[in-house]
Design a protein around this ligand. Structure first.
Ligand SMILES: [Zn+2]
Length: 158
């Protein structure tokens, strides 16, 4: 790592800190030549292969812009979206892969989006999973209802 001040080809790490989300490491460095201090951030590379075949770095912003439309008019805040994107990134990083395609990103989005807002989830799933009939919607809604029932175990004892 070159010193950004004097271009000295070496630097010393004086402090390392893992970010709150545990996905990156921030290092404070000092140049032994000019004494200048600077920081670097280290993250494992995670590449996304787009449908066109082009590779690009995974970006939470892209996840957010991908679901924003589905969340229109829903009680979903920017903070909700930021958290959703963080969950998606954690989920895909946990799989241990270093590259994945947009399809897999879509799959990783479905779970957290469903927890966030079911209407937005249905909208997103309808586009992402290419619902092409009412049956597809009915099946997705039936799944949601079934899960609601499953999460209320007491209702069966009455
Ligand atoms: Zn320097």
């Amino acid at each position: 790592m070159h010193c950004p001040f004097c271009r000295h080809p070496d630097s010393r790490v004086i402090d390392s800190r893992t970010s709150d989300d545990g996905l990156s490491i921030r290092r404070r460095r000092q140049c032994p030549e000019c004494g200048g201090r600077f920081s670097t951030t280290e993250t494992a590379s995670l590449m996304v292969i787009k449908r066109s075949g082009v590779m690009e770095a995974f970006s939470r912003d892209k996840v957010i812009s991908g679901v924003r439309k589905a969340c229109q008019g829903r009680p979903v805040t920017e903070a909700n979206l930021a958290l959703l994107a963080q969950k998606v990134e954690e989920a895909v990083r946990q799989t241990g892969v270093s590259q994945l395609d947009t399809n897999e990103i879509g799959l990783a989005i479905l779970g957290p989006l469903r927890e966030l807002d079911e209407v937005a989830y249905l909208r997103f799933a309808s586009v992402y999973q290419a619902f092409d009939s009412l049956d597809d919607f009915e099946r997705a809604i039936r799944d949601l209802r079934a899960d609601h029932d499953a999460s209320e175990p007491d209702s069966h004892d009455r």
